[in-house]
Design a protein around this ligand. Sequence first.
Ligand SMILES: Cc1cc2nc3c(=O)[nH]c(=O)nc-3n(C[C@H](O)[C@H](O)[C@H](O)COP(=O)(O)OP(=O)(O)OC[C@H]3O[C@@H](n4cnc5c(N)ncnc54)[C@H](O)[C@@H]3O)c2cc1C
Length: 255
Amino acid sequence: MKYTQGKYLILKKTAVAREIYSFIIKCPEIADIASAGQFVHIRAGNFTLRRPISICGIDRNKGTIRIVFEVRGEGTAEISRLNEGSFIDMLAPLGHGFTINRFKKVVLIGGGIGTPPMLPLAEIYGEKAVVISGFRSADAVILQDDFKKTGAKTILCTDDGSLGIHGFVTRPFTELAEKGGIDAVYACGPMPMLKGIAEICKKYNIFCEVSLEERMACGIGACLGCACRTLRNDEEYFAHVCKDGPVFNAGEVIW
Ligand SMILES: Cc1cc2nc3c(=O)[nH]c(=O)nc-3n(C[C@H](O)[C@H](O)[C@H](O)COP(=O)(O)OP(=O)(O)OC[C@H]3O[C@@H](n4cnc5c(N)ncnc54)[C@H](O)[C@@H]3O)c2cc1C
């Protein structure tokens, strides 16, 4: 795993929803080697432990990456106080990303703040992708214009029906799976959502990768902070989300 650590310039900061921020960061050496599904580990103020945030955009020509994150606690609040023109301390790119293949039709499913890592995939697959995004309510919806710009078809769901389809992402996804023709599914979001998607993919025999979120410490596989139960050669194996993941084949995860 090749990664680098440094302080990088924040070129652009935008508030994309309440307590959700987008940063575009100048970091050519990271942009050069980063891939969809990997993450950056950010130093937050004086906290010892860095905070992991997925890569939401990679522009190799401009030497930038994008991150989109929600303020959840003290660490992310500290990061959100950084402004354009200041420097962000990152260890990146980390983790094992999504398998990119010559699939003809893929479905990208993001739940809430699990939506950002789906954007680099939509940029790769364009019209071959259907993006299903789910949010609590209309005021939490993010990135829909960005997904549309990629040429992907978008389906939006909200839990309370305030925008798009009323209900969980699993409903429109089940309809798509029943119709057939899907080569691969990529998903990131809350565990119950991922479990539901993994079950549907198993039923219809569709290749499925999920990006798991686990509290983590070092980010490089040196500590045991982010262990998760998986199956390897039919045997239980405690994988590290930071190094073996965050992306896993859905069939390997013990749900
Ligand atoms: C690989 C990976 C990629 C991630 N990508 C993104 C992203 O693109 N955008 C984004 O907004 N967030 C992302 N997260 C979650 C983000 O790392 C946490 O929200 C953050 O670490 C919380 O730190 P805090 O100090 O603000 O909150 P804390 O005070 O530590 O915790 C506040 C709340 O957040 C929850 N939390 C803390 N750490 C995690 C975690 N690692 N995963 C899930 N919940 C957590 C706690 O249960 C608690 O309820 C990602 C996590 C991982 C592991």
